[in-house]
Write a protein that binds this ligand. Structure first.
Ligand SMILES: Nc1ncnc2c1ncn2[C@@H]1O[C@H](COP(=O)(O)OS(=O)(=O)O)[C@@H](OP(=O)(O)O)[C@H]1O
Ligand SMILES: [Mg+2]
Ligand SMILES: [Mg+2]
Ligand SMILES: [Mg+2]
Length: 319
């Protein structure tokens, strides 16, 4: 089966959502605190609205498992925030109404099903707020297998152009990237073992999202001597997929040993790396499970590599 239509619609939606995020960020957004104390902004909500609307129009029967929902936004005390968000959405969809926008956001409350999309409207909200890296991440999953993944990284540096890169992959068709500013999709590949210049590793900026001291020790154990490059969001997957780093380590934080990873924090990035020739598993070498629910309850941590390094890193992690 061909996924041309899914790829096209997902790319177009992610590009529009990325545009909204860039506009919000120019205006220095405020963080709103969610119930779990993590931040959300009008850009997270607006991005989810735009992407869910596009998916509803083309694939009305596909559920979407998205990070955000509109419950808080519908409260009367949130009217100013809702209005501000609506203004940004109207820059892209001029006739959108407040009721439509909250309904679109809530289309992201779907469940993991035989075929579903998973959406992180802004991955790395903390990076977004600090003017660092972030990503709009969208993936299609069928029978637990990721089929299509799109990662829009509006702050990714691009040689000779303004920042912003789009990464995309379809199962069995390879991975590609193109600048968000325009241009043709180009195939991408993970770093080869003899490319010592790019034999570096990436990890989260937020220390609480991993175990930085162990991550550094493990990278050294497989021969990576350079200090890590700290990057927010699934932009890390784009960096590994395009051969700018050989490894991304995300080991469970000693502060939050019971944390389980969300499907939307990994699905889009994982297929981009796999289709670029790399490998993605949990810290025990187990495949990530996208068939159970929004949390990957059977997995611990995430290990992303150029493939060649994978067996070695899983071995040092488990000896
Ligand atoms: N304790 C813990 N362990 C692992 N992961 C966690 C943890 N807490 C939060 N999160 C999730 O981290 C997502 C941000 O991704 P990164 O860690 O790659 O970026 S960052 O450096 O933290 O900005 C972030 O995604 P967003 O909420 O979309 O920004 C969270 O889902
Ligand atoms: Mg979040
Ligand atoms: Mg996320
Ligand atoms: Mg998010």
């Amino acid at each position: 089966m061909s996924y041309d239509r899914e790829k096209q619609v997902a790319m177009e939606a992610a590009i529009l959502a990325a545009k909204l995020c860039q506009q919000v960020r120019q205006d220095i957004p405020e963080a709103i605190e969610k119930q779990d104390k993590s931040p959300v902004t009008v850009a997270d909500y607006g991005s989810q609205a735009i992407i869910c609307k596009a998916l509803a129009e083309t694939f009305p029967n596909d559920p979407v498992v998205g990070e955000e929902d509109a419950t808080e936004l519908r409260k009367p005390e949130m009217a100013d925030t809702l209005n501000k968000m609506l203004g940004y959405v109207q820059n892209i969809i001029p006739d959108a109404t407040a009721d439509q926008v909250t309904d679109w956001i809530d289309r992201g409350n779907g469940s993991v099903s035989p075929r579903y999309w998973t959406l992180d409207p802004i991955d790395g909200t903390k990076g977004f707020l600090r003017q660092d890296q972030y990503a709009v991440a969208l993936a299609l999953i069928e029978d637990g297998d990721i089929k299509v993944g799109v990662l829009a990284c509006p702050a990714m540096p691009v040689e000779g152009s303004e920042p912003g890169m789009l990464y995309v992959a379809v199962r069995g068709e390879g991975a590609q990237m193109k600048p968000l500013a325009g241009g043709e999709l180009q195939p991408i590949h993970v770093v080869s073992p003899d490319d010592t210049e790019n034999l570096r590793f990436v990890e989260s900026v937020e220390a609480a999202h991993g175990d930085q001291s162990r991550q550094n020790a493990m990278a050294q154990a497989v021969g990576i001597t350079a200090a890590s490059v700290r990057v927010d969001s699934q932009a890390k997957y784009g960096i590994v997929a395009s051969g700018k780093a050989a490894l991304y380590l995300r080991l469970p934080s000693p502060k939050y040993p019971d944390y389980r990873e969300n499907i939307w924090d990994h699905a889009a990035g994982a297929i981009v790396v796999e289709e670029a020739g790399g490998k993605v598993t949990d810290m025990y070498g187990k495949p990530l499970n996208f068939a159970e629910g929004q949390k990957m309850i059977d997995n611990r941590g995430v290990v992303v590599s150029n493939g060649v390094l994978h067996e070695k890193i899983i071995a040092v992690l488990n000896n």
